[in-house]
Design a binder for this molecule. Structure first.
Ligand code: BTN
Length: 253
């Protein structure tokens, strides 16, 4: 059983060529001991995973596949909204490299012109009410091959389509790690409230008609951003309702 008595930030980076999944390796490491500050990067993933059991297409040497492990005291309620805040950090990292184009789709899709450019996958280990470790996984398409892109099951984009000058993967990786550390060091104190305005400013759906699909029903309304905890706000028949949880998906209607 892990506890926060071993809590310390130990920044270190492991870079791999081909592995199953950076999230998988990060999970395995975190299961052994407190790994706050461990960053795993890979050139290629053979079993890259996305949300809802989807595959994350991860060809060799072209994109960014990165995971960071971080410990939080106080259980899963402390990390409410964290995946949205990670989106803000990823956006900042791209802006630092001259790409000011990313939009957000709740809860954690990173879009360009309504096509998926990146994704975030958070996995939590440990005590849901006490000390837990979060694996923050980020995948960013920089320069997807046409053949790999062909196996992606949704409209996708990569940074080479946006930027006229090539973006250095090394430079972007450094910027990402910096922004993610800035976020993670402060998140326990600040919470999502500190990131909400920036998220809302770049919300791809704000004010648009959307359909929400849940386990056994679907609802239509107008997207009205997110609240201070990162829950989705939808106006339905003139009243604002909030939605959170992993079993909801949203699309434009
Ligand atoms: C999604 O949008 O469905 C989330 C995709 C997350 C992909 C990244 S790539 C690095 C890390 N390792 C994984 O296996 N998945 C995440």
């Amino acid at each position: 059983q892990l506890d926060s008595s071993t809590f310390a930030i130990r920044p270190r980076l492991s870079l791999y060529s081909t592995i199953t999944s950076t999230n998988e390796l990060a999970r395995e490491a975190a299961a052994e001991c407190n790994e706050t500050g461990l960053v795993i990067l890979a050139e290629q993933q053979t079993e890259g995973r996305g949300r809802r059991g989807r595959k994350w297409v991860s060809p060799l040497g072209r994109n960014i596949y990165l995971s960071v492990v971080w410990g939080f005291e106080g259980g899963v309620q402390v990390i409410e909204g964290l995946s949205l805040a990670v989106g803000v950090a990823v956006r900042r990292a791209l802006v630092n490299c001259g790409v000011d184009a990313l939009a957000f789709k709740w809860p954690n899709d990173l879009l360009w012109e309504n096509k998926k450019l990146g994704g975030i996958l958070l996995e939590v280990l440990g005590d849901p009410a006490g000390f837990c470790q979060v694996v923050v996984g980020v995948g960013l398409n920089l320069n997807m091959t046409t053949s790999s892109g062909g196996s992606i099951d949704q409209p996708w984009a990569d940074i080479s389509q946006i930027s006229s000058t090539p973006i250095s993967r090394n430079q972007l990786s450094v910027s990402l790690v910096k922004e993610l550390f800035d976020l993670l060091v402060n998140y326990q104190q600040r919470g999502f409230g500190a990131y909400r305005d920036e998220w809302k400013k770049n919300d791809a759906f704000d004010g648009k008609g959307v359909t929400l699909s849940m386990l056994n029903k679907s609802l239509q309304g107008i997207a009205r951003g997110v609240d201070d905890r990162g829950a989705l706000l939808i106006e339905i028949d003139g009243a604002l309702q909030s939605f959170s949880g992993g079993e909801i998906s949203m699309r434009g209607s």
